[in-house]
Design a protein around this ligand. Structure first.
Ligand code: KG4
Ligand code: ZN
Length: 336
């Protein structure tokens, strides 16, 4: 079964064709990073306008790279949330029109469920149940993947998402947008023990996250030093901040897997591209004989292959959409 996936939830316009949920025939991503960089973040109206221009181009390219025609496509999948409403609307409207014109099924996919499915592309043997740490620009969730379309949230951030914290700290130390990859690069040169930033664990036993206190601690450190005229090394701030985030993510993921007797853990979302996080998590899990999966880097950040992959399982579970499918900026897990 060939599914054409479409992803436009933020600043990447992507189209991909995936066969039977796991075999990527093409994955075309048009990133708008260069356009939004000068504004220091994603400008929603500009993102929507660019999606509108790019979407027919990336779809054509996805067909071409897979060496297929529209006739070879069996279903259309599209991200219907969460994300920027105008950006989502472009993809949803296009997908609805295409499924109607081709008279083939339409499958709405939750963006976060798509991130999780990115793991199926590399690890052909991976099957639920497993635990997944989803860390992106908008979400930090510990998800129990009970089945392909059955999810339980074990923990989540009560304030900033991990990626959001990376982006904010990157901005204040002058790295610009997108902050995550730039901060990781700088952190590699710094001393992670230089500054003892707080690790916030919430109440004992909690699997929820909070990163706003850490963010304030970094801002206070920078302001105090500035007022006192003390020089600091941005690379040490980057390394110490990153270490504080990674410690909490690692400890809570380990705790969630032990509490729930799960011996398979995956990671997903843009922050999962962070090499230091992958290494720290893998090492911690290995000590407990827990298997660790991570997507290829290209499938960590936003892409349409992950959407087409999850759509295959939605289709198999008869979770189809119709022409009433709408863009839902705050879409919850579990297709509800
Ligand atoms: O999943 P994603 O591409 O988009 C959303 O669904 O939000 O995630 C984007 C987030 C951004 O906050 C970006 O800074 C972060 O992922 N990110 C990283 C790295 N690469 C991307 N954060 C830390 N280290 C990275 N290498
Ligand atoms: Zn994402």
């Amino acid at each position: 079964m060939n599914i054409l996936g479409i992803e436009t939830s933020c600043d990447e316009t992507s189209a991909s064709i995936v066969k039977d949920g796991r075999e990527v025939l093409s994955n075309v991503i048009n990133s708008q990073i260069d356009i939004h960089e000068k504004y220091g973040g994603v400008v929603p109206e500009i993102a929507s306008r660019n999606h509108l221009m790019n979407i027919p181009v990336v779809v054509e390219q996805a067909l071409k790279e897979a060496d297929l025609n529209f006739d070879d496509i069996d279903a259309i999948a599209v991200t219907n949330g969460p994300g920027l409403v105008g950006a989502l609307l472009v993809g949803v409207s296009y997908a609805k029109a295409l499924s109607s014109a081709l008279n083939i099924p339409l499958i709405g996919v939750n963006h976060l469920e798509g991130h999780i499915a990115a793991n199926y592309i590399k690890a052909k043997e991976l099957e639920p149940p497993f635990l997944c740490l989803v860390v992106s620009g908008g979400h930090t969730h510990l998800i129990l993947v009970k089945d392909y379309t059955d999810f339980e949230i074990l923990g989540r951030s009560i304030d900033d998402a991990a990626g959001e914290a990376f982006d904010k700290i990157a901005r204040v130390i002058g790295l610009g947008y997108p902050g995550g990859p730039k901060l990781e690069k700088l952190a590699r040169e710094g001393n992670k023990e230089a500054i003892d930033f707080p690790r916030v664990y919430m109440s004992p036993g909690s699997l929820d996250f909070s990163f706003s206190g850490l963010k304030s601690a970094v801002l206070n450190f920078l302001n105090n030093n500035k007022q006192k005229g003390i020089e600091y090394e941005p690379k040490d701030v980057a390394a110490s901040f990153q270490a504080a985030v990674l410690d909490v993510l690692t400890d809570k993921t380990l705790k969630a897997s032990k509490d729930n007797n799960i011996d398979i853990v995956a990671i997903a979302g843009g922050v999962s591209a962070n090499q230091a996080l992958r290494e720290q998590l893998e090492n911690a899990l290995k000590e407990e004989n827990i298997k660790f999966y991570s997507p290829d880097f290209i499938y960590s950040t936003d892409n349409a292959a992950m959407i087409a992959s999850q759509a295959y399982y939605n289709f198999k579970d008869n979770k189809l959409s119709d022409n009433h499918l709408d863009a839902t900026p705050n879409l919850k897990f579990g297709l509800d």
